[in-house]
Design a protein around this ligand. Structure first.
Ligand code: ZN
Length: 297
């Protein structure tokens, strides 16, 4: 089976949970020569395109007057400590910003480190949207090197959250079900997907979404593999299931069209066939990994 590692799913960092609670050690690491910084502006990353750099030294933090308390500890790997912070200032010299979706096409960073990008972008996005306490509305401050925010008044502790979404390979014999979301560009099809609701298992969410969107009952539901998806902070949970029937009843609010496609046709499209009536997702989407695994079975 090829490429069981969706983009953003590999992260070699030791997240240094013990160090996070030690402010002195964290502050010392922020000043260390063996520390590198990722800089984000939303889901875009700051790069030095000329020198092919996306991990920067401390001097850049000083140059842009970024406050130490706004820098989040990501972890350590091979003697280097990684931090992330937000930079919204006007960029100088060789710096520019690029969306994470486009960044993966550059060869600035090994693919087995892309998980560090997802970690940094997601946690920074959470900080940006949790400046105020959801219990009392007062200001919150960064604690534990960025892995908690505490309310300054009611002291409630807030932790970074991840939203889970299931994405499903639905098969009937040698056919799989692909759908076109109402917002998809013409001709693009993908696996059906949806967010996990409160009180639901991954299996339950997958079966519910399949029934809601396509009117089909699924069974033999199994977990495949998952992918951190930093837009802004979702865990895509790859699932597979079999369909009882092929008869479709689409929810037209969510699904513009759905089709059963033979494995040979999916394989051909994955291999670059351009004459098909449909195209499948970009290489960074877990849906593509799911289909790749299936056609190789
Ligand atoms: Zn509060």
């Amino acid at each position: 089976m090829k490429n069981l590692y969706p983009y953003f799913s590999q992260n070699p960092l030791n997240r240094l949970d013990q160090i996070r609670r030690n402010d002195l050690k964290v502050e010392k690491l922020k000043e260390s020569k063996n520390t590198l910084f990722l800089l984000f502006d939303g889901s875009s990353i700051i790069i030095d395109e000329k020198n092919k750099i996306c991990l920067f030294q401390r001097n850049l933090i000083n140059e842009y007057n970024i406050a130490n308390e706004d820098i989040i500890l990501l972890g350590e790997y091979e003697g280097v400590t990684y931090f992330a912070t937000t930079l919204k200032a006007e960029l100088k010299n060789n710096l520019s910003k690029i969306s994470l979706r486009d960044f993966v096409n550059l060869d600035f960073l090994d693919e087995n480190k892309f998980g560090i990008l997802a970690q940094g972008a997601s946690v920074l996005n959470w900080h940006e949207s949790h400046q105020f306490c959801s219990s009392c509305g007062n200001k919150t401050i960064i604690v534990n090197a960025g892995w908690r925010r505490d309310c300054v008044i009611c002291k409630k502790e807030h932790f970074p959250r991840v939203d889970s979404a299931v994405i499903m390979l639905v098969t009937f014999g040698e056919y799989c079900l692909l759908g076109r979301g109402v917002n998809f560009k013409e001709g693009r099809y993908s696996c059906l997907a949806g967010y996990v609701e409160s009180g639901e298992t991954f299996e339950g969410a997958a079966q519910r979404e399949l029934f809601e969107e396509a009117g089909i009952e699924g069974y033999d539901t199994e977990y495949l593999f998952s992918q951190p998806w930093p837009f802004p902070s979702t865990l895509m949970v790859g699932m597979r299931m079999k369909a009882r029937t092929q008869e479709l009843t689409l929810d037209k609010n969510e699904i513009a069209d759905a089709i059963w496609v033979h494995k040979d046709e999916v394989r051909a499209v994955l291999n670059g066939k351009e004459t098909s009536i449909f195209s499948i997702p970009h290489k960074i989407a877990i849906a593509r990994n799911i289909l790749e695994v299936w056609v190789e079975e």
